[in-house]
Design a protein around this ligand. Structure first.
Ligand code: ATP
Length: 237
């Protein structure tokens, strides 16, 4: 089943066009990766899907429902949750309070405590540091917290914006493994990354974004083997 579909979406910042006529879909159960260079429009795409930006043209549907003009907080209730680039956790709140914020407005409190257990299973470090202020956690830990907080709304679609950014190599591997684990547990994932190798290796399907348009699409494996993608994004000729 198609979970998310973008049809001919364009996004502008004033007169600057950041996304042009973009169309793609995410099927239920997939990991889909969006790769591209700095400024290609990856974050803009994510913010448009989460509802922080409104397209200037085109439409977005989620589970067949038109959400193009739906407010961001309503999209969270519908099942779309974002762990933003740069983490965006609340530095003056504890780990526990940050995670609580992720479940804000949910009425199914028993399920919320199950989801908290799921987050602690994925990230035991967060359980150990439950009373620590978010702002004093390391970069990798803050990334875990941002993903954990996004999971606390029990999303159908998890949007991950550059989860490996700024992390040491051992943390990068760990974060990608956890992304696969989250997906295996039943959450569909849309992943934006500059770390193209890992993002393609982990993806069922992937898209390459260049200056606001999709230039390549295929399975993760196909794009890993594509000579043009290799040369531009994988650091090999
Ligand atoms: P990076 O990997 O560097 O974060 P990105 O692929 O996520 O890049 P975006 O942040 O989506 O790229 O930016 C796409 C384009 O839109 C860029 O040319 C950027 O300068 C422009 N842009 C982004 N935010 C704004 C803004 N608030 N006002 C004007 N232009 C913007």
């Amino acid at each position: 089943m198609t979970l998310l579909e973008l049809k001919n979406v364009s996004v502008h910042y004033g007169r600057i066009q950041a996304i042009s006529d973009m169309s793609f879909s995410v099927e239920e159960g997939e990991i889909v990766s969006l790769i591209g260079a700095n400024g290609a429009g990856k974050t803009t795409t994510m913010r448009t899907i989460s509802g922080l930006l409104t397209p200037s043209a085109g439409s977005i549907t989620f589970e067949g429902q038109d959400i193009t003009r739906m407010k961001a907080h309503v999209r969270v209730v519908q099942g779309i949750s974002q762990a933003p680039e740069g983490r965006g956790i609340f530095p003056g709140m504890t780990v526990e309070e940050n995670l609580d914020m992720g479940s804000y407005g949910r009425k199914d409190r028993t399920k919320v405590s199950d989801d908290l257990e799921r987050v602690f299973d994925l990230f035991p470090r967060l359980k150990e540091r439950i009373k620590q202020f978010g702002g004093t956690m390391s970069g990798g830990e803050q990334q875990m917290l941002a993903i954990g907080r996004a999971l606390m709304s029990n999303p159908k679609l998890l949007l991950l914006d550059e989860p490996s950014m700024g992390l040491a190599p051992q943390f990068i591997r760990q974060i990608f493994k956890i992304v696969t684990e989250i997906n295996k547990q039943g959450t569909t994932v849309l992943l934006v990354e500059q770390n193209a190798n890992q993002a393609l290796a982990r993806a069922h399907r992937a898209f390459v974004l260049e200056t606001g348009s999709i230039t390549h699409r295929g399975t993760g494996k196909e794009l890993l083997a594509n000579p043009a993608v290799k040369e531009a994004y994988l650091g090999v000729g």
